[in-house]
Design a protein. Structure first.
Length: 441
């Protein structure tokens, strides 16, 4: 009740301040605001507990009050001036004094104005009614400690921001971004890799988000999804892995751990498949458009023999860059040619083709030494590729799915074209020996 009372007082004060500030120059019965009153007006307008929609509603009420007061003034001015003329003659000073008298609306008139304003607000278009939520987390840190003076690892996550905007017509926008993510090794002394997880941001653009996800849906049902992620360097430090494993060892606990809810994988798969098919059939039936734009630089996994000796062997598993594009470009020529060459000649059928393109670039596996890798951490491309077990390879997959207007219930024809230019493996006895040494750790 106290919060309600304070909000009521704030609203009552704002109505008068705004009305005087907006219309004092046009009227003689409303005085302008002084410096302190103007400061109060700005303070209320900057109060986040009120919100933009609340301020706009209060302003509408204040505008309605002014119009009602103006109407009352005009109706009574003729009668008052005629009476004053009969008594004092044609004295304009007396008429001005009459005009300066404030107009006070009755409780019924104020209630009527507020009811009209609320009704007008409810008659707004559906597009103007929305939900707007924004959340920003400045940073998030987690420290694992074996004891007060024995740290194990630290996780440092940069700014995370998320927003959600929804309209009453069913359209919405959702976005989620993370600026950075780092994890440190506090167990291995004098390690070449004090950071076992870090984002490889461009040195010229450190403000670029490490992870960004965004999805939009229009009032017609068209949906758009965007996802980008920079490459993360992850180091499998042997001592840190063992320390974390021991940290989460709960075998010595005597307390009974409740059983984990069992989920049938087959049922879950069937449910997910049915949901996807229902959404797909609805998309085709209502002629909706889906677009997907994904650009993910896959993690770079470094598996060292140990992290303290410069001549120790290490494996660098670079999973490359993964791109997925759906509905953002025209189908590839080979996909269109495939459908056109198999089009029925008996009857013309208009068809559309949904096109999905997947690309994987620069996937590689390299054997090197800790010293060389540490020296070129920011420029892994400078590492001697002659030591590659798997030379950088790329492949492309184009998928076309037909949508026919004549037979929407039929299973659509699908074609898949995959191109893998070459695979080159290089193995010699020293590399095989090195792989076994690293695997043994």
């Amino acid at each position: 009740w106290m919060e309600f009372y304070l909000a009521f007082q704030k609203r009552k004060k704002y109505l008068q301040l705004y009305k005087r500030h907006a219309y004092s120059e046009e009227t003689s019965w409303l005085n302008g605001l002084n410096e302190f009153e103007l400061s109060d007006l700005r303070r209320i307008e900057g109060d986040r507990s009120v919100g933009i929609s609340g301020l706009m509603l209060w302003r509408s009420i204040a505008d309605s009050e002014y119009e009602k007061e103006k109407q009352r003034r005009e109706e009574s001015s003729i009668v008052k001036r005629s009476i004053l003329s009969n008594i004092f003659g044609s004295s304009t000073s007396k008429e001005k004094e009459c005009d300066d008298i404030p107009i006070t609306l009755s409780a019924d008139e104020l209630s009527e104005l507020e009811g009209f304003t609320l009704d007008a607000d409810q008659r707004l278009t559906e597009d103007s009614k929305y939900c707007d939520i924004t959340f920003v987390l400045g940073s998030f840190q987690v420290h694992l400690l074996k004891s007060e003076h024995e740290p194990i690892s630290s996780l440092d996550m940069g700014m995370v921001s998320t927003s959600f905007k929804a309209n009453a017509d069913g359209s919405y926008n959702f976005a989620l971004s993370m600026l950075s993510l780092e994890a440190s090794d506090r167990v291995t002394k004098n390690s070449f890799y004090p950071m076992v997880c870090r984002g490889l941001q461009d040195v010229n653009n450190t403000k670029k988000h490490a992870v960004h996800f965004e999805t939009n849906k229009s009032s017609k049902g068209d949906q758009e999804v965007k996802f980008t992620m920079i490459a993360f360097e992850t180091v499998a430090s042997p001592l840190l892995i063992q320390a974390v494993k021991n940290f989460f060892d709960f075998s010595s606990l005597t307390a009974t751990i409740p059983p984990i809810l069992e989920v049938n994988a087959d049922d879950l798969s069937d449910t997910l498949t049915d949901a996807i098919m229902d959404a797909w059939n609805g998309k085709n039936k209502q002629k909706q458009k889906w677009t997907l734009d994904m650009d993910v630089k896959a993690p770079i996994l470094i598996v060292p023999e140990n992290c303290t000796k410069s001549d120790a062997l290490t494996l660098i598993c670079n999973f490359g860059r993964f791109k997925v594009a759906y509905g953002t470009a025209l189908p590839s020529p080979m996909v269109l040619d495939w459908f056109k060459s198999r089009q029925s000649s008996e009857k013309a059928i208009k068809f559309d083709v949904d096109h999905l393109k997947m690309e994987m670039n620069d996937l590689s596996l390299i054997i090197s030494s800790i010293g060389e890798v540490a020296e070129n951490r920011h420029y892994l491309s400078k590492i001697d590729v002659s030591k590659s077990v798997i030379r950088p390879l790329s492949f492309t997959v184009n998928i076309g799915i037909e949508q026919t207007e004549a037979t929407p219930d039929d299973t659509p024809r699908t074609c898949i074209f995959g191109v893998l230019p070459s695979i080159e493996l290089r193995l010699d006895p020293s590399q095989i020996k090195g792989l076994l040494r690293v695997a043994a750790q």
